[in-house]
Design a protein around this ligand. Structure first.
Ligand code: ADP
Length: 500
């Protein structure tokens, strides 16, 4: 039968989604289901791995059934997933030995502090491209081995398996025949040498993690195995972490290509080609999704509070009823009347890295209205993203000619125009903003020749709207100077914490 579709499994932090794409990258069917967030203690976040699996299978079945697709019509399955989240299961029974520890979970913060004291930061950075942090999987695995009854013994006997969510899904889809992951997911474990492309023995020894627990690592686009869960045999032919999948979905195939996602948080990735650039400004070096064992690298920076600042205007400040409404308020005034908001609700990320910084509003005068305040909050998304763009440009030494955007807040035309103005860059918004799921589909489709090559895929990328810089350079300079003064205030507030 004619292969008509590729099935993308998009396993996110709050929901599981399944999307069927056609050859042109159009969404033909999409189903989404939220699942439980488990908070056993303040700062701890868990998911039930069986719920991840069951919701993901459920939405995939429904998406297929919704358009009455025959499984023979599905060329391949691509998986993209919340990164770093850690699942450990028993190799014989296939049952998880505890809940998944989610990337946001801070339970291993003390272990990370000890690692810093043990002088591990440089080694970790040079081998894995990551800053020492509890986000990544390494310390989460070590925690489970130390704290879950019987785990240590089973691990030493070679009876446990670790996986990020992609591995967990592949294992289940293949009934335990395949224990594998891809380079992008491996590069977020803090256990993987991104230069030599192998698990790092020194870091494994430090954590006392047996290598027998770890999955085989393959390129993001290759046939991992086959599943008969939908009837017939379908190739599982793509896997990538969500941000890398999005870069691929935006056709960020070449050095210098950049995508910026404006979701609850913000994520910017720049393809740096064959060069793994070691950042001095706190950006992460990571592996980009691709087809080969000779990998491409990317620089990654994140904004902790992006769309969340708009949610804050809506839910706590009660200044707007819906997020899209923010745009009308922004357009109703010519500027912020001198106000800057730095939404450092939980510290500041790259390039400032200060976990004690807190939200700051500066420049208030009697004439400041709600419209100005809302505009300042929306502009803060662009300023923070611009700080990442500047850091990337400098460190990669690559010229950025344009950035491709996605995520919920990229729908805001005012924000996109302001981003273009402040960064002096062309902003390109595609018609398909489901770039994460699309990236996974492309990776899978390439591996089974559903798409011939990347050139064919590039033809699918369609511009919905582009934004070009309009403001005077002098004005840009003045605005940026104000922003950097405002950031200094947020940092100064943090530094003053211990003053009398
Ligand atoms: P995530 O995948 O992180 O859950 P989404 O990509 O769905 O996030 O984006 C949701 C975020 O985008 C929310 O924080 C919301 O407030 C914000 N948002 C959505 N639409 C707009 C808009 N038109 N203007 C500004 N912010 C928006």
């Amino acid at each position: 039968m004619d292969k008509k579709y590729v099935l993308s499994m998009d396993q996110g932090t709050t929901s599981s989604r399944a999307v069927l794409f056609d050859k042109y990258g159009n969404i033909v069917s999409m189903v989404q289901k939220e699942f439980r967030q488990i908070f056993p203690q303040p700062g701890w976040v868990e998911h039930d791995p069986m719920e991840i699996w069951s919701t993901q299978m459920g939405v995939a079945m429904e998406a297929i059934q919704k358009i009455d697709a025959h499984t023979d019509e599905i060329a391949a399955i691509g998986i993209t997933n919340q990164r770093e989240t850690t699942v450990i299961w028993d190799a014989d029974s296939g049952r998880p030995i505890c809940n998944a520890i989610v990337w946001q979970c801070r339970r291993t913060a003390d272990m990370i502090e000890k690692m810093k004291a043990d002088g591990m930061a440089d080694l970790v950075k040079h081998r894995t491209g990551l800053v020492l942090d509890a986000y990544f999987s390494g310390s989460k695995i070590a925690w489970i081995l130390q704290n879950v009854a019987g785990a240590r013994e089973k691990a030493d006997a070679g009876k446990l398996r670790f996986g990020t969510v992609d591995s967990w899904l592949i294992w289940n889809l293949t009934d335990g025949k395949v224990h594998a992951t891809d380079y992008t997911n491996a590069s977020r474990t803090m256990l993987f040498d991104i230069h030599r492309l192998c698990w790092d023995k020194d870091i494994l020894d430090y954590f006392n993690i047996p290598e027998s627990m770890l999955p085989e690592v393959h390129p993001s686009s290759c046939v991992y195995g086959y599943t008969d869960k939908f009837g017939g045999n379908i190739a599982i032919a793509g896997a990538a972490g969500d941000q890398q999948a999005a870069l691929f979905g935006q056709c960020g195939f070449c050095a210098g290509d950049v995508k910026s996602t404006y979701g609850t948080g913000g994520f910017m990735l720049m393809n740096t080609g064959a060069d793994a650039i070691c950042s001095q400004k706190g950006l992460l070096t990571t592996i980009a999704a691709g087809e080969h064992d000779k990998v491409q690298y990317a620089l990654e920076g994140s904004v902790f509070v992006a769309g969340a600042a708009i949610q804050w205007l809506r839910d706590e400040m009660r200044m707007i009823r819906t997020s899209p409404q923010s745009e009308e308020y922004c357009m109703s005034v010519p500027d912020t009347n001198g106000v800057y908001i730095v939404p450092a609700f939980s510290g500041m990320g790259a390039p400032y890295w200060n976990q004690y910084a807190r939200g700051t509003v500066v420049g208030l005068t009697r004439g400041v209205s709600k419209d100005h305040f809302i505009r300042a909050a929306v502009e803060s998304l662009a300023y923070q993203t611009n700080d990442l763009i500047s850091a990337m440009k400098e460190e990669a030494g690559l010229d950025i000619s344009s950035i491709k955007v996605d995520g919920g807040a990229s729908a805001n035309n005012f924000l996109m125009q302001f981003q273009s103005d402040i960064s002096d860059l062309k902003i390109e918004r595609p018609s398909c903003v489901e770039t994460t799921a699309l990236g996974a589909a492309y990776l899978a489709g390439l591996a089974v020749s559903y798409w011939a090559d990347k050139d064919e895929i590039k033809k699918n990328w369609q511009m919905q709207k582009e934004f070009l810089p309009k403001i005077e350079p002098e004005n840009r300079k003045k605005l940026l100077k104000g922003w950097h003064r405002a950031v200094k205030c947020a940092l100064c507030w943090a530094n003053g914490e211990n003053d009398d």
